[in-house]
Design a protein around this ligand. Structure first.
Ligand code: HEC
Length: 157
């Protein structure tokens, strides 16, 4: 009788997960590593999708119209990390302890290189820079924000 009771108790405990064989458990997940792998996957997909020739089909009525659009994209999509001045101190950078580069620095590697800036924006980075092309930023907005960075943010007001 006691054995039957003990069996019931064991069955109940096992039922709520108390008797799992530790050898069957999934290995502990390193969250940082998993996130970086997911981001690297996004970068790879975006790189595959990226088509620089699309920019040849984009026209702007005036340079000003492109800058204006770039400013809108910047304030809604980018400045939370990059900061309104591009120096890398947006509220998310501070709150989440993100290393966001100062893209107005004199020695910024992409200075003056619009094609490279567009590609960086579209493709993103396996750190915290999102793959903007994958999450729906249009080529037009990629173009506008690239020019906003290089023509305006980097030269100052
Ligand atoms: C979630 C935060 C975040 C957002 C939002 C964000 N960025 Fe970034 N960005 C970063 C970080 C972090 C880096 C540095 C990447 C690295 O080198 O590790 C970066 C790098 C860059 C670079 C330089 C590329 C490089 O490899 O150094 C450009 C250009 C850029 N971002 C443009 C933009 C634009 C334009 C937007 C908005 C359309 C934007 N970013 C939105 C975090 C962000």
């Amino acid at each position: 009788m006691n054995r039957i009771l003990a069996g019931i108790v064991v069955a109940l405990l096992c039922g709520i997960g108390g008797c799992q064989d530790s050898r069957d458990e999934a290995p502990p997940v390193d969250r940082e590593e998993a996130l970086r792998a997911a981001r690297a996957d996004s970068v790879a997909r975006a790189t595959e999708m990226y088509d620089a020739a699309v920019f040849d089909t984009i026209t702007w009525e005036t340079e000003n119209a492109r800058w204006e659009r770039g400013g809108v994209v910047w304030s809604f999509t980018c400045q939370r990390c990059h900061g309104s001045d591009g120096k890398g101190h947006g509220p998310d950078a501070t709150n989440f302890d993100m290393a966001v580069p100062d893209i107005t620095a004199a020695d910024w590697p992409y200075a003056g290189d619009i094609p490279a800036i567009r590609e960086r924006i579209f493709v993103g980075h396996d750190s915290e820079m999102p793959s903007m092309g994958l999450i729906g930023l249009t080529y037009r907005d990629v173009d506008a924000s690239a020019h906003y960075i290089d023509d305006l943010l980097r030269t100052g007001p």
